[in-house]
Design a protein around this ligand. Structure first.
Ligand SMILES: Nc1nc2c(ncn2[C@@H]2O[C@H](COP(=O)(O)OP(=O)(O)OP(=O)(O)O)[C@@H](O)[C@H]2O)c(=O)[nH]1
Ligand SMILES: [Mg+2]
Length: 330
């Protein structure tokens, strides 16, 4: 039996969370076309014959503009340092010609910098995602050769999560790289995050899908009340924005915008809990929450390990049944 942790690390928007959801067979992590969708490390445990793969989805490493951004990068790099194996994910934007202006870094330049932060002795597998969108497949081989020169990889695999291409090869390569040992988690463990974490995430996901510009990145969600019943749950949550103007936009004319967000999130949470959910949302202006350590802590954004205490452990979200069709509440 093989068991170990695998950090999925890479630039923003390469498809790390989409990959996690595919291998879990559950839409656990939030996904959006916007960069910096994932803000926290999220564990997802894949149970295979002969191996248990404990994936850690991480925030895309980017140029930070706030304390939140710095914490996001730090948690991704921390996962890369402490996991047994690193799944370094990039996408076909790294195969494009370098930018015309020398000051603009290409995706490949950014990957090279990021790879330098992954410990040299860590076992790493490279996945180049989104090959479904690659017209000129002849660009792939030279790119694989260039990446191979950057560091040692146990395997270099072109994939498409969208077309379900190459995923099993990645899982095989990762399982092979894991240490021999007993199981780390019960067979029904899906993640270590509590249900309330995903409630906050699913509200934020609807904002990311509905809005453009600065707003999705100005939003955080906190839970005010979570009364869970056997057949239905009532949840009250606050959507925090940074400015009064953002509050107006997110509420929308006649409250239409926030209604769409509420309805979408409510359906997603109901799917997770496996029963009816009544969700109420309030929108509040919390100026500069992204830069203030106390506000960040209150909104659930942990400081990187070593800088502050992490949140107290809460009950993990488990799979509802052996088939893991949906995780159990709290
Ligand atoms: N064409 C194509 N698009 C994909 C594929 N995988 C993911 N995407 C899309 O890429 C976008 C980003 O996906 P995410 O999974 O949120 O990316 P991420 O790396 O987790 O991004 P961050 O959390 O911001 O770091 C979404 O619009 C996905 O639908 C793929 O195989 N092919
Ligand atoms: Mg993500």
């Amino acid at each position: 039996m093989r068991f170990g942790t695998i950090a999925i690390v890479g630039r923003s928007n390469v498809g790390k969370s989409t990959f996690l959801n595919r291998v879990l067979g559950e839409p656990l992590a939030i996904v959006s076309p916007l960069p910096q969708t994932t803000r926290d490390n999220v564990l997802g445990v894949v149970h295979r014959t002969g191996a248990q793969l404990a994936f850690l989805d991480t925030p895309g490493v980017h140029q930070p503009r706030s304390e939140l951004g710095r914490r996001m990068n730090a948690s991704a790099l921390d996962a890369a340092r402490t996991s047994d194996v690193v799944l370094f994910m990039t996408d076909i934007s790294a195969l494009a010609a370098p930018k015309k202006h020398a000051k603009d870094k290409s995706a490949e330049d950014l990957d090279r910098e990021l790879l330098a932060s992954v410990p040299a002795d860590a076992v790493a597998v490279l996945a180049i995602n989104k090959v479904d969108a690659l017209r000129d497949k002849s660009k792939l081989l030279p790119a694989l050769v260039r990446y191979q020169e950057l560091r040692e990889f146990a395997a270099l695999i072109p994939i498409s999560v969208k077309s379900d291409d190459g995923i099993e090869r990645v899982l095989d390569a990762l399982a092979e790289a894991l240490p021999e040992g007993g199981l780390g988690y019960d067979e029904d463990t899906l993640t270590d995050r509590p249900t309330s974490f995903f409630v906050r995430e699913y509200v934020r996901e609807q904002v990311l899908l509905a809005m453009r510009g600065e707003i999705p990145h100005a939003v955080a969600v906190s839970i005010d009340e979570f009364s869970e019943g056997g057949k239905a749950s009532t949840i009250k949550a606050t959507v925090h924005v940074e400015k009064v103007g953002q509050r107006k936009i997110i509420i929308g004319t006649g409250g239409l915008q926030i209604k769409g967000i509420r309805v979408g999130a409510q359906a997603r949470i109901a799917e997770l809990l496996g029963h009816k959910v009544h969700l109420e949302l309030f929108v509040r202006v919390t100026p500069q929450w992204k830069s203030m350590p106390r506000q960040l802590a209150e909104l659930g954004y942990e400081a990187p390990v070593g800088l502050a205490k992490t949140n107290a452990a809460t009950k993990p979200t488990r799979a509802k049944n052996k088939k893991r069709s949906a995780p159990r509440a709290k």
